[in-house]
Design a protein around this ligand. Structure first.
Ligand code: SF4
Length: 292
């Protein structure tokens, strides 16, 4: 959308906002730098980087309130669960809203008159139509220009390729539990330092987040980044185990979706105002409601 706007195919936007969780892969940060230098700045579009902190550091800091990631839980009785996902809201939506309020001249907690709002573009293609949602506040009105253009994911890739951006990486936290095996393998096989980083994080959150433990709100069970609920450096990321098949089949009576998801990650992943709504993927339990 940034390139389409810079090229004049879409109207020129006033700003582009990137919500930084502090734990994106290196290739995402370098891609963002490139977009800024080669596309946004020449077109006069400021790229605003906003953040609510570093999600990795916060999870391991006993002093810090942590907005829970969607971790896979193995309870003491062998039952499986997941922690509630709060991170998208905390690390992406909140800092974007804060910046938008600032841009409108009404920083929190000022009341924003009802005729004051921004038009916010969310980059969803036609094959993701179900993700298009309204904003939950009146000072933001969502639009989905790719859907208006009738562009599918393949159209977007064709366009990106035509302007030299065929290698556009997917943005998400390095250790996001929504990764499928393909993403985990890609980290392991292409970036040993980042693989070591996610393996260390996976081990560090085994007993839940640091703040909950420090406050005596211990997790009665174990937490994992990989859906097999096996430590990441031993997890079956090169193949799908029989246990994973069986567990997923119980959750979703749809084999086709299951194969795609185990390989390529939770289909709709994490995106502000475009998160999947269905809870079928997230048998929701309070984040550390599993705790004592
Ligand atoms: S990418 Fe994953 S871990 Fe990061 S904010 Fe989104 S859901 Fe949470």
């Amino acid at each position: 959308m940034l390139a389409l706007s810079a090229e004049g195919i879409l109207p020129k936007v006033d700003y582009a906002i990137f919500a930084d969780t502090g734990w994106e892969p290196k290739v995402v940060y370098s891609h963002l730098d490139r977009l800024e230098q080669e596309i946004a700045t020449p077109a006069g579009i400021p790229v605003l980087r906003v953040t609510a902190g570093n999600i990795r550091d916060d999870a391991l800091d006993p002093e810090h309130r942590f907005a829970s990631m969607p971790l896979y839980i193995l309870n003491q009785d062998g039952k499986q669960g997941m922690t509630r996902r709060q991170c998208t809201g905390e690390y992406k939506i909140k800092p974007i809203k804060k910046k938008v309020r600032e841009l409108l001249g009404y920083p929190y907690p000022q009341h924003i008159p009802k005729d004051i709002f921004v038009e916010q573009w969310v980059g969803i293609s036609t094959d993701e139509f179900h993700r298009a949602k309204d904003a939950d506040v009146k000072y933001m009105r969502n639009r989905h220009p790719l859907i208006d253009l009738g562009w599918s994911r393949a159209d977007c890739i064709r366009y990106l390729t035509s302007i030299g951006l065929a290698d556009t990486p997917k943005s998400s936290c390095l250790g996001c539990p929504f990764h499928g095996n393909a993403q985990w393998r890609n980290i392991r096989d292409s970036s040993p330092a980042e693989w070591a980083d996610v393996v260390a994080f996976d081990a560090a959150i085994r007993q839940g987040n640091a703040r909950a433990n420090a406050s005596g709100n211990r997790l009665l069970g174990q937490a994992f980044l990989h859906r097999s609920r096996v430590p990441l450096d031993q997890a079956p990321i090169d193949h799908v185990t029989a246990a994973e098949w069986a567990a997923r089949q119980q959750e979703l009576d749809d084999g086709a979706v299951m194969v795609e998801e185990l390989e390529n990650g939770v289909v709709d992943g994490c995106s502000p105002w475009a998160c999947r709504g269905a809870s079928e993927y997230e048998p929701v339990q309070d984040d550390f409601g599993l705790a004592s």
